[in-house]
Design a protein around this ligand. Structure first.
Ligand SMILES: C[S@@+](CC[C@H](N)C(=O)[O-])C[C@H]1O[C@@H](n2cnc3c(N)ncnc32)[C@H](O)[C@@H]1O
Length: 258
């Protein structure tokens, strides 16, 4: 399935709002007024919109037209101008060195060829500019989903996403490119109305999980996988004032381009 079709399934916009604080935090620390900023795989646009609110000339790029429609509406509601581009992030139809900051929050990690994706990020960034990538750490509740799901999938596990989740493998992904890397692990608290709501929201709204469900249901093992997801969340989260709070760690990679 094409990424634009997959990510238009379900309701990623409301799903992703639960961890949009990570994008806002990144914008706060990296965006300055007057910068040219590109948000790669922007989805409903939390980073691009925060960048525009911080005074940048912001562009958001994504393959999913449905999410770009949400992004446009939200930018309008926020009263900021953002240029939205529907395109594939692995071959961005923009010139070299056009941006001071090229960022991707939980987006470029889906590229099938991480090294080619890193080269594309570096191509788009000006000398003296920065690249920022967010990806769930392997030990986190979201990062643990890959190895959990792998054995249920007919083709088995292993995914290019994992390459963006540890400092060591990100260093390999950027090897040979003119960048200096810095890493930080941060945490976002993802909040739902309860554990049932958390499991339902992920399995019914998240497009990646809808894809997983479509692949696993015919094998008759979907309810086992759903139970494992519930156990994972229950073990990692806590109930607080009647709400379910799941702290999720992510790796922030900052690459300064020489
Ligand atoms: C987990 S969402 C992240 C969205 C947003 N950055 C956020 O933080 O909420 C992943 C995004 O990657 C986009 N995506 C996946 N593959 C893509 C591709 N090949 N080209 C462009 N966008 C892609 C999806 O459409 C989706 O919006």
């Amino acid at each position: 399935m094409q990424p634009g079709t997959l990510w238009s399934m379900g309701d990623y916009a409301s799903n992703g709002d639960r961890w949009a604080a990570a994008s806002r935090q990144l914008a706060e620390t990296t965006v300055r007024p007057g910068m040219d900023v590109l948000d790669i795989a922007c989805g409903p646009g939390p980073f691009a919109i925060a960048a525009a609110q911080a005074g940048a000339r912001a562009t958001g790029l994504d393959a999913a037209p449905k999410l770009l429609e949400v992004a446009k509406r939200r930018a309008g509601d926020a009263g900021v101008a953002v240029e939205w581009i529907e395109a594939d992030m692995t071959a961005v139809p923009l010139g070299d060195a056009a941006f001071d900051l090229v960022a991707s929050a939980f987006g470029c990690m889906f590229a099938p060829d991480p090294e080619a994706m890193a080269a594309e990020l570096v191509r788009l960034c000006r000398s003296g500019g920065r690249i920022a990538v967010l990806a769930w750490t392997p030990e986190s509740a979201f990062g643990s989903m890959g190895p959990m799901v792998g054995p249920y999938l007919p083709g088995g596990g292993g995914s290019p996403i994992e390459r963006w989740t540890r400092a060591e493998s990100v260093t390999e992904v950027f090897a040979g490119l003119p960048v200096r890397l810095q890493f930080a692990v941060r945490t976002v608290d993802v909040v739902w109305d309860g554990l049932d709501h958390a499991v339902g929201d992920i399995t019914e709204n998240n497009p990646a999980w809808l894809g997983i469900r479509a692949a696993v249901e015919p094998t008759g093992r979907w309810s086992d996988l759903e139970s494992e997801l519930r156990e994972l969340f229950a073990a990692r989260g806590r109930t607080e004032s009647g709400r379910f709070v799941l702290p999720v760690d992510y790796l922030e990679t900052l690459a300064a381009k020489d």
